[in-house]
Design a protein around this ligand. Structure first.
Ligand code: SF4
Length: 394
C-alpha cells in the first residue's frame, strides 16, 4: 500500500483525539547514577525559580498553540511529574507547579496523578506537599533490596530509606504505589533479583516496573562496562532473570500488561498506557517530549537553552498517517493485549495494512495469532527478540 494514498484519505487520530495527559520533566538530581541517561543537573546548582517561570512560559505558549490549531484540550486525566528527581524540588515549588497546572488546564475527577520519588533521606516534605496538592500515585525508585548493589550503581538510598519513604507515602493516604526494579546489574545474582522482587510483593506494592540495565553512551557505566561485558550478567542470565520475574509476579496474581510492567488488577499505569496507545500528550520542561497535532516535539536537553526559550527550542518531527499506523503497531506488540486488527480499524478507520510484516513475523515464530482475543501476540521467542518485531514497523 502506498503511503501517500493512505495519507490523503485519512487523518492521524493523534490529531483528532482530545489531549488529556501531561508530563513534566524535573531536570534535577542529588547525584548522577552511573547508568543514567536521563537529562538532569545537580540539584545543588539548580535554579528552581527559573524552572518554575520556564514551565509557566512553556505552558502559556503550548496553550496558545493548541488554541491556534483548534485542538481539543480536556481537563487532565493523567498527569505525571517525573525526571530527574521531582522530590528534590523545594516543597513550595512543587505546590506552585501543581497549582499552576490545576488553574490553567484543570484536573478531571478520575485523574491519575503520579509523582516520581527517590527514597533518599531528603525530600519528604516535598512528597507530602505533592500529595496534599493532589498527587494520588507515587512511583518510587527502589531498584534493588541489597544496599551493596544500590551503592554500586550510584544510588544514594538504602533499603531502610526506601521503607521510610514507603511508610510516609502510605501514611499520607496514597495506596497506588509503583516501584522500579532493576536487573542485569554488575555483580547482581538471580537470587538478588528475586529477593528484591519478593520484598516488593511482601510489601504489597500494587505496580512494579522492571528494567534491565542498558549501557547508554555517555554514561559512567558505558565507559566502565562497554568493553568489559564479562563484568555484567551474561545475556542468558539476564533473560533468565526476566523470565523468572514474570513467573514470580504471575504466581502472586500480578497481571503482566506491558514488557516491563506488571500490576495488581486496577493498578496499571494509565499515563504510560496512553503513550503505548499513541494518544496525544503534552510534555513540559527541558528534554521533555510531547506528541499532539500529529507532531512529536522533543525539548532541548539544556536547561539554559530551554529557559531562554522554553517553547521554541524544541525539535519538531511531523508524524504522517502511515508513520502513525506503524508506530501504533510497533507499540501494540509491547502490550500483553497485543496487536488487534479490530482495534486498529477502530482507531484508524481502515483495515491494518501490515499483512506482509505479520506474515514474516509468524513465519519466524516471533508472534502468534490468538483467536480467543483476536490479536497477534509476541511468542516466547518474540519476548527474547522483541527488537526484531519492532523493527518490522519502523
Ligand atoms: S536519580 Fe533517577 S534520573 Fe537521577 S540520575 Fe539517578 S536514575 Fe537518573
Amino acid at each position: 500500500m502506498s503511503n501517500s494514498s493512505v495519507e490523503s484519505k485519512q487523518n492521524n487520530p493523534n490529531i483528532t483525539d482530545p489531549i488529556e495527559s501531561l508530563y513534566i520533566h524535573v531536570p534535577f538530581c542529588t547525584r548522577k547514577c552511573g547508568y543514567c541517561d536521563f537529562y538532569s543537573l545537580s540539584s545543588k546548582v539548580a535554579d528552581f525559580s527559573d524552572f518554575y517561570y520556564g514551565l509557566q512560559a512553556e505552558l502559556a505558549a503550548t496553550l496558545s498553540d493548541i488554541a491556534q490549531n483548534d485542538l481539543h484540550l480536556n481537563k487532565l486525566k493523567t498527569f505525571y511529574i517525573g525526571g530527574g528527581t521531582p522530590s528534590v524540588l523545594p516543597h513550595d515549588v512543587m505546590t506552585c507547579i501543581i497549582n499552576l497546572i490545576r488553574k490553567e488546564i484543570g484536573f478531571a475527577q478520575d485523574l491519575e496523578f503520579t509523582v516520581e520519588v527517590n527514597p533518599e533521606p531528603i525530600g519528604h516534605k516535598t512528597v507530602e506537599a505533592a500529595i496534599e496538592a493532589g498527587a494520588n500515585r507515587i512511583s518510587i525508585g527502589y531498584q534493588a533490596k541489597q544496599d551493596s548493589l544500590l551503592q554500586k550503581i550510584g544510588r544514594l538510598h538504602t533499603f531502610a530509606d526506601f521503607l521510610t519513604t514507603l511508610n510516609l507515602v502510605r501514611t499520607a493516604g496514597v495506596e497506588n504505589i509503583s516501584c522500579d526494579l532493576m536487573f542485569g546489574l554488575p555483580d547482581q545474582t538471580l537470587n538478588d533479583v528475586l529477593e528484591s522482587a519478593e520484598q516488593l510483593i511482601e510489601l504489597e506494592i500494587p505496580h512494579i516496573s522492571f528494567y534491565s540495565l542498558i549501557l547508554e553512551q555517555g554514561t559512567l557505566f558505558y565507559k566502565k562496562y562497554a568493553e568489559h561485558s564479562e563484568l555484567l550478567p551474561s545475556d542468558d542470565l539476564e533473560r533468565k532473570m526476566y523470565r523468572e520475574l514474570l513467573d514470580l509476579f504471575e504466581q502472586h496474581q500480578y497481571q503482566y500488561y506491558e514488557l516491563s510492567s506488571t500490576a495488581k488488577p486496577g493498578f496499571y499505569s494509565r499515563h504510560n498506557y496512553n503513550y503505548w496507545s499513541t494518544k496525544p500528550y503534552l510534555g513540559l520542561g527541558p528534554a521533555a517530549h510531547s506528541y499532539y497535532n500529529g507532531i512529536r516535539r522533543g525539548n532541548v536537553r539544556s536547561f539554559r537553552k530551554w529557559s531562554e526559550n522554553p517553547f521554541n527550542s524544541a525539535e519538531l518531527e511531523p508524524v504522517n498517517f502511515f508513520q502513525a499506523m506503524q508506530e501504533y503497531a510497533m507499540l501494540a506488540f509491547r502490550l500483553a493485549a497485543g496487536f488487534s486488527p479490530d482495534k486498529f480499524k477502530q482507531r484508524f478507520g481502515i483495515d491494518q495494512p501490515f499483512d506482509a510484516e505479520l506474515e514474516r513475523l509468524l513465519n519466524k515464530d516471533l508472534i502468534s495469532y490468538n483467536s480467543n482475543i483476536k490479536a497477534y501476540l509476541l511468542t516466547e521467542k518474540g519476548l527474547d527478540f522483541g527488537n526484531q518485531v519492532f523493527m518490522e514497523f519502523v
